[in-house]
Design a protein around this ligand. Sequence first.
Ligand code: ATP
Ligand code: MG
Length: 511
Amino acid sequence: MSTEAKTPVLEMKGITKRFPNVVANEDVDVELYPGEVLALLGENGAGKSTLMNVLAGMYRADEGEIFIKGKRVEIDSPRDAMLLGVGMVHQNFMLVDTMTVAENIILGLPDLPFIPDMKDVHDRIRQLSERYNLQVDPESRIWQLSVGEQQRVEILKLIYRGAEILILDEPTAVLTPQESKELNGILEQMTREGKSSIFITHKMDEVIAFSDWVRVLNKGRLVTVKQTATTSPQELARLMVGRDVLFRLEKKERNLGEVALELSDVSANDDKGLPALSGISFRIHSGEIIGIAGVAGNGQKQLVEILTGLRNVSGGKVRIFNEDKTNKSPLDIINSGVSHIPADRIARGVAGDMSVANNLAMKCYRKPPLVQKGFLHPARILDLARRMIDLFRIDTPTPQTHAKFLSGGNIQKTILAREIDACRGLLVAAYPARGLDVGATEFVRKQMIEQSEAGTAILLVSEDIEELVTVADRIAVLFEGKIMGILPSSEADTETLGMMMAGVTLEEITA
Ligand SMILES: Nc1ncnc2c1ncn2[C@@H]1O[C@H](COP(=O)(O)OP(=O)(O)OP(=O)(O)O)[C@@H](O)[C@H]1O
Ligand SMILES: [Mg+2]
């Protein structure tokens, strides 16, 4: 496509944004033409979200200029951005849970009548849903929707408001592979209408599938601008990390130890009281990694909650290290040696107003050497924190910085460091690499393998088949709350797993 003659719909020139102790963006340029999709890449903490928040009016740049359709503009608030046709879907959604889809979509619209005609609004939402193939019922309430559906609402909200430039901050980190394909369809429809988008992702195959151009940030500076067609996933990974990234991991032969976890005929209901799991039986030995595969929403959430004391079973038994832990409290379960990397890291994973150091030490609070004669030992907490920040390469100005000021991926690293470090028996890991850059993903996978070699039993819930096959020893596939079969990773090809994820049992496949 020749873009030479057209005016860019967006130019950002020389953008610099500083926070206390950090230069998040330094002299960054962005250029975007109508109908283009730009992928923004960079390691965790490179400054991607910050740059887009400047464009969306959440932050004000310290230096630099923004031009929309050739005209210099001042963007001082999300409202200014919206009036200029710029809309952003944030890394953490910003919907009001108790309101309906339609109410969320019109919330804060500038020219809204005092009593809006909701029938009109519903009709318009339905039209847009159809045009962009974004299925969602305008009358449902947000809390009733899956994460994927909530994201559709966020996108609809922006289209409803007439966004010409759509910014998506890691839109697929929380989506199933199927939903991520749908998102690609939405972007293509927008492109056909001449709208443009910028999206942030850590998944290289999506960069290749979705985008026309790629810009790579490194420590706040723009280091590469490339036309997508002229690059490859390997090259992009190297440009981001500054070295070759190995996607192959070595696994040593291990001797399996005692049974760490045993589920016998477990069943459970979901929040609405409907059956979510039934007849779940399997064991994990010390030193073994079991992967749970399946499209999200097939009982993974309930399984993890049962294993961490957050949900009661409606039938069956849970044994952890040979003790009955059925329907025991979270504390009881933590004390029996279970660590947990939660899927919902912002809500459950960290205390945002506490320092990174205290977040890292949280699991060890009751034990020596952090506690002495009943008192916390600040110097030892700091020592522990420095060691973990170093090992996990957590990008934080100081150990005392509040966790909420870290970038999305670095919050995830903080949780991983704490849970993996504190782990003394069984690790329940839900989507551990979600939101991590390629280098950090590789590191976390290695850590899990090393932990299992040291004798930890690991339950790894993931949607990434490649991750399951490289990390897990055996893979169990969940479909509509039942296990379709358990097979060794060495025998788990994409086709077999795909069929099981769609509801065919292993027995039926091998029959
Ligand atoms: N509100 C804030 N206050 C202080 N520092 C901040 C704030 N927001 C971001 N930072 C810092 O700015 C830097 C860039 O963060 P940013 O969130 O833009 O990274 P990112 O590229 O989006 O990373 P990720 O892939 O992890 O989401 C980080 O060092 C982060 O700690
Ligand atoms: Mg970010």
